[in-house]
Design a protein around this ligand. Structure first.
Ligand code: ADP
Ligand code: ASP
Ligand code: MG
Length: 400
């Protein structure tokens, strides 16, 4: 029997009406002879609402408690979908991450999937045609509930597809991957195919359409991902291994990351113990730092980096800890910046991309503060009020 993994995101399951329509679609596919593993996210903005509830109680919730709470969003969604499917006469069973045997390792709120028990699925498919798995959740070796980080249902879906050795269909609220967020630049073109490498870079640099961890898994297991619009005939995008194109474009996409903070640390002298302790603490708290730059001169040490704004609490904690031992330490956390990046594997062979970007920003009076490059991307930190404009100008400049 043909088996497929499908995933529906939060907006797609945002109302009972939408869940009913998805159920009817799944019923048709089952009648065509497919066995389906269906991953769903929490309905609409449920996860944001749960997080807002917690913020109104405390700024430093216990992470295990928070993981247990956040997973309830997906648990509701799988139950509703299964209730409707069974009502339609489709043999369906909802599974939490724990029931689905999704083992994870690492931090409770950004765990990584380490193992999936596929035997269990084989047994269940003897009785059921649709197995609905709660996205974004698993459990660790201590039998504690964990989550996979924001947007983690994509990871659940791709990991399940890898475990079952089948393609993964991801359905969302846009018709695929565009050169940039189509909500920001409506003229953006939809990409028919995008390589794992470029998609990973786009995701890591802020294109929220797919979480980068999910693309990493797809690449490692060579699982093609199809991204399309939920219940639409519109063609979507395939994310798959590199395709050799005769005419390569230097730039495939432009991404913007608005969920970042810029951190600056000053100390009157270059103190390696301080730096050592800072990085040990960052590692312990599992804080990912990015775009690091350091200046050492006769005024002392200045270290700057960018990081995810969701980890601001951890960085505050680290600085307050360090300040006890280094009273002259000064730090600043700023959130008025965004990171704009141009991405394209063609950059390896085609020169002049950086200078085009620099000139575009300079000609438009958009100041930039930090710049980093990878083999296939260039990123610029700009003021938040210039972010959207920079994306639009760069899309026009590179004809995206
Ligand atoms: P879901 O809830 O289905 O997981 P997300 O909100 O996580 O959906 O991802 C879909 C959104 O990603 C789109 O609504 C779009 O605004 C945004 N997005 C950002 N960059 C891109 C891009 N390059 N192509 C398509 N969508 C993008
Ligand atoms: N519900 C989770 C989130 O909002 C996971 C997901 O939607 O993929 O981040
Ligand atoms: Mg998503």
């Amino acid at each position: 029997m043909k088996r497929n993994v499908l995933k529906f995101g939060g907006t797609s399951v945002g109302s009972f009406e939408k869940i009913k329509n998805i159920a009817c679609y799944l019923k048709d596919r089952v009648e065509e002879g497919e066995q389906l593993v269906v991953v769903v996210s929490a309905m609409g903005k449920t996860t944001d609402e749960l997080l807002a509830n917690v913020s109104s109680i405390t700024q430093s919730p216990n992470e295990q408690d928070l993981a247990v709470l956040l997973t309830t969003g997906e648990q509701q969604a799988i139950s509703y979908l299964s209730i409707i499917l069974n009502d339609l006469g489709v043999k369906s069973k909802p599974l939490t991450g724990y029931q689905a045997g999704i083992e994870t390792v690492g931090h409770h709120l950004k765990s990584k999937i380490s193992k999936i028990n596929t035997k269990l699925f084989e047994q269940l498919f003897v009785t059921y045609d649709v197995l609905i798995v709660a996205g974004f959740q698993g459990f660790n070796t201590e039998n504690e509930i964990t989550t996979l980080g924001r947007g983690g249902s994509d990871t659940t879906a791709v990991a399940l597809a890898a475990a079952h050795g089948c393609p993964c269909e991801i359905y969302t609220d846009v018709a695929g991957v565009y050169s940039t967020d189509p909500r920001l630049f409506p003229k953006a073109k939809r990409l028919q195919v995008v390589s794992y490498e470029e998609m990973m870079e786009m995701s890591a640099l802020g294109s929220g359409v797919l979480v980068s961890r999910s693309v990493e898994i797809a690449k490692n297991y060579n699982i093609p991902i199809y991204i399309g619009k939920t219940l639409s005939e519109e063609k979507g995008t395939w994310v798959m291994s590199t395709i050799e194109m005769l005419e390569k474009k230097a730039v495939t996409g432009v991404a913007i990351d608005k969920d970042m903070i810029h951190v600056t640390l000053n100390y009157p002298e270059y103190d390696t113990h301080l730096l050592d302790e800072l990085f040990i603490n960052l590692e312990q708290e599992e804080v990912n730092v990015d775009m690091i730059s350091q200046i050492t001169n006769n005024e002392g040490l200045q270290l700057s980096f960018t990081m995810k704004d969701t980890e601001e609490h951890q960085i505050q904690k680290i600085f307050f800890h360090l300040k006890q031992y280094y009273p002259e330490l000064y730090f600043k956390i700023e959130n008025q910046f965004v990171k704009v990046s141009v991405i394209g594997s063609g950059m390896r062979d085609i020169t002049g991309v950086a200078s085009k970007v620099f000139r575009t920003l300079i000609e438009s009076d958009i100041p930039f503060y930090q710049v980093t490059t990878s083999e296939i991307s260039i990123s610029y930190v700009v003021n938040v009020e210039n972010g959207d404009k920079a994306v639009q100008l760069l899309c026009e400049r590179f004809e995206l």
